[in-house]
Design a protein around this ligand. Structure first.
Ligand SMILES: C[S@@+](CC[C@H](N)C(=O)[O-])C[C@H]1O[C@@H](n2cnc3c(N)ncnc32)[C@H](O)[C@@H]1O
Ligand SMILES: [Zn+2]
Length: 276
């Protein structure tokens, strides 16, 4: 993946385990193999993004396969969007611990698409975990607000359950390229939310409205399945990886921790947007 310098925005050139620009800004690969291109003075906090517990919970939960059908559909849509492009450049923005990124990489390979794939997250804990999944993916610690790739260089970008930053996304994408967004539908994890909130509020999130200055909505579909958690450990992993887990008061936490099983609805929207 062609990368640019986070200090001066000129191209970075790789020599073994080092990246350097023409102005001699230099970045070493982390021991685990990822690139940390997040500048200390650009961080809003000392340790931004998901913390180690959330990363660990997300990995534990996703590895059980409850979201596999969703990942499969993401892979089909992504492959469809880039299969006619030679060596498409793809970014998984806010990739977390890399579950979807790695499965996409495998799927593209099987489909014969020779893609240049990067996973970016602001959490170094997430990228450290993602990194040991695959050496073929370029793993980046960086901010999505300032992704270290050239302007209009990406053919496909994915934002899965992560924050949408329209202007920053638009800067990196080629005109006519595809943005694939996943966000929770009305019934997503409803049974868990019912345990937490006395009244369930519908989300006001409207990606088409958020993105309208730079992207047009091409299609939207729903992935809807049921799944079953059959141990308190599985339930607490799910809780710890959702925003609901962060907002929980002690009595709701005790109530959920006492559950032995939980039947849940997965209800996720997948939107395809075209960069104007
Ligand atoms: C809900 S998680 C989703 C992770 C992954 N896409 C998944 O679905 O498993 C959101 C991710 O966005 C990351 N994040 C938050 N702010 C970010 C930013 N400004 N730039 C890049 N990543 C960010 C967090 O660290 C976290 O890993
Ligand atoms: Zn530089």
């Amino acid at each position: 993946m062609q990368l640019i310098c986070p200090v001066c925005a000129s191209s970075l050139y790789q020599q073994e385990r080092n990246l350097r620009c023409e102005n001699n800004h230099s970045f070493d690969a982390a021991r685990q193999g990822y690139w940390n291109l997040l500048l200390a003075h650009k961080k809003r906090s000392k340790d931004p993004g998901d913390n180690p517990e959330m990363v660990q919970a997300r990995r534990a939960f996703l590895s059980q396969g409850h979201y596999q059908a969703l990942s499969n559909r993401i892979n089909e849509l992504a492959t469809q969007a880039c299969k006619t492009i030679e060596a498409p450049r793809i970014m998984d923005m806010g990739c977390g611990e890399g579950y979807y990124t790695e499965r996409l990489s495998e799927h593209l390979k099987t489909a014969g698409v020779c893609a240049d794939l990067a996973g970016l997250d602001i959490s170094k804990h997430a990228v450290k975990a993602a990194c040991n999944r695959s050496k073929q993916i370029t793993w980046l610690v960086a901010s999505g607000a300032n992704a270290p790739v050239p302007e209009h260089s990406l053919d496909l970008q994915l934002v899965l359950f992560s924050r949408l930053m329209p202007e920053a996304l638009a800067r990196t994408m080629k005109p006519g390229s595809t943005l694939l967004v996943a966000w929770p539908g009305e019934d997503h994890l409803r049974e868990l939310r019912e345990q937490i909130y006395s009244q369930i509020r519908e989300s006001q999130f409207d990606p088409a409205e958020t993105l309208k200055d730079y992207f047009t909505l091409t299609s939207v579909e729903t992935v809807n399945t049921d799944f079953h958690l059959n141990s308190p450990e599985q339930i607490s992993s799910l809780l710890a990886m959702t925003p609901h887990g962060q907002r929980l008061n002690q009595s709701a936490r005790d109530k959920i921790c006492a559950l032995k099983t939980l039947d849940l609805t997965l209800d996720v929207k997948l939107g395809l947007f075209t960069r104007l």
